[in-house]
Design a protein around this ligand. Structure first.
Ligand code: COA
Length: 408
């Protein structure tokens, strides 16, 4: 029998942070500790104690998830999940995640999202991998751009203070343009910038650059650092990109031109969306090596009709899906989705389903970034009528594919 889950107050904030960070082997101190305190939202931290000791914690902050078609819906951004190693595998996480989902639902948030430390944890709670990302690397001296002309527009480098003002503004302007991205709270920005500042102690400088197609109109930005390396008098610096984002492909290409032009550099590394066009901008597209691919954002649906009616569609059609929700069973059941003229209508229905799937598969597929056909091929989704999953994929397809550049 596990002790009850409680909602923690301000007095528990530091203990919750220490517990969360201990799971990742990090001491909780310094400016990042202070910044993390500011990410807490009152009443949204669940904890469990053993006697007086806090042994488990999970929290959330109010965000918004960008949907296909350009709308956003409220989403609980789940973070700070940790269970004391002395109390692991006794159901502490299960109790916390369940209490948290009940709370998210009561708040009327139709979605919860998270980024996972391990892929095996959150499916059982109805979360599925909804956005994907690639790690890429490029040998700069061998990777010539097809068009070597200098980038269009102008670049402005930002010091830390200017970055704290400009980057949030740019992200806020861009985020609805890409399904899968989330609204970043002021607390998130504080923690991200404190994280960069901490890494700079004894490490390389993080540099920010903003791209303006016309003066005073920032429409893209990049954050990167150089790692110094010399070999026999030759500079072999590494440039790692923490983020590169722009309102359109012209801006993105301009930022890449800038990044590939930084002097002394021989390798460039970045994480990019699966539709990153950079390879095709090179004389030899193979020079952009994909060094890894993985999930970023896991999504969890708590109000299916609301989500399906807010998102846009690539094809018309009618589909009945049956959802099995292991944590909140009454959220499951049969739903009809009909799409006409790009708009979806969704209601509960008694009819036989075309597709039967679990809440985690629904979470994975709902943004159009994880294929139902692939989920059916993996034996996770059952098709009552042949071709139903492919038909659903055509309806749910989104261009560009969903991407989340926000780690939280
Ligand atoms: C991951 C963590 C939170 C799990 O907490 P826990 O209290 O041990 O988990 P529970 O006992 O409640 O387990 C619930 C279920 O998840 C499973 N599970 C727990 N951790 C898992 C993991 N790392 N991988 C796969 N399954 C896991 C359990 O087997 C159990 O399965 P079942 O109930 O379906 O049979 C904890 O190990 C931890 O703090 N790890 C280090 C920090 C971390 O990774 N935090 C997550 C940040 S995203």
């Amino acid at each position: 029998v596990t002790p009850p889950v409680v909602v923690l107050g301000d007095e528990d904030t530091d203990a919750a942070i220490r517990l969360d960070w201990a799971g990742f082997g990090e001491p909780a101190r310094g400016p990042r500790l202070e910044a993390d305190r500011a990410t807490f939202e009152a009443g949204r931290t669940h904890g469990m104690r053993d006697g007086r000791e806090l042994v488990g914690v999970a929290r959330a902050w109010a965000s918004e998830l960008s949907l296909p078609g350009g709308a956003g819906l409220p989403a609980a951004a789940v973070t700070g999940v940790g269970v004391r190693a002395t109390h692991r595998r006794r159901g502490v996480l299960r109790a916390l995640m369940t209490a948290q989902l009940v709370d998210v639902r009561e708040r009327g948030e139709p979605l919860a999202v998270l980024t996972a430390s391990e892929g095996g944890i959150y499916g059982r709670f109805g979360y599925g991998p909804a956005t994907w990302s690639r790690a890429v690397a490029l040998d700069r001296h061998r990777a010539a751009l097809r068009d070597p002309s200098p980038p269009a527009g102008r670049f402005r480098s930002l010091d830390a203070d200017a970055a704290a003002r400009v980057l949030p503004e740019v992200h806020e302007r861009l985020r609805l343009g890409r399904a899968g991205e989330i609204r970043r709270s002021a607390g998130w920005w504080g923690l991200y910038l404190a994280h960069l500042a901490t890494e700079e102690e004894g490490g390389p400088l993080w540099q920010h650059v903003v791209w303006e197609p016309e003066e005073g109109r920032p429409a893209g930005c990049a954050t990167y650092r150089l790692r110094e390396r010399w070999e026999a008098w030759q500079p072999r610096f590494e440039l790692s990109v923490s983020s590169v984002a722009a309102a359109d492909s012209a801006g993105r290409l301009a930022l890449w031109r800038y990044l590939l032009g930084v002097d002394l550099v021989s390798t460039v590394e970045a994480q990019v969306p699966v539709d990153e066009p950079l390879a095709l901008a090179l004389v030899d597209p193979r020079r952009l090596r994909v060094t890894g691919e993985g999930d970023v954002l896991w999504s969890r649906v708590l109000d299916l009709p609301r989500v399906l009616e807010a998102r846009g569609y690539a094809a018309e059609g009618r589909l009945v899906i049956e959802v099995d929700d292991p944590i909140l069973p009454d959220l499951g059941g049969r739903f009809e989705l009909s799409v006409e003229e790009g708009r979806g209508a969704c209601r509960r229905i008694g009819a036989d389903p075309d597709l039967t799937l679990g809440a985690a598969d629904l979470g994975a597929a709902v943004l159009g970034g994880t294929s139902l056909r692939a989920l059916a091929g993996a034996g996770r989704v059952a098709e009552a009528s042949p071709g139903a999953a492919a038909r659903a994929d055509r309806m749910l397809a989104v261009d560009p594919p969903p991407y989340c550049g926000t780690d939280f």
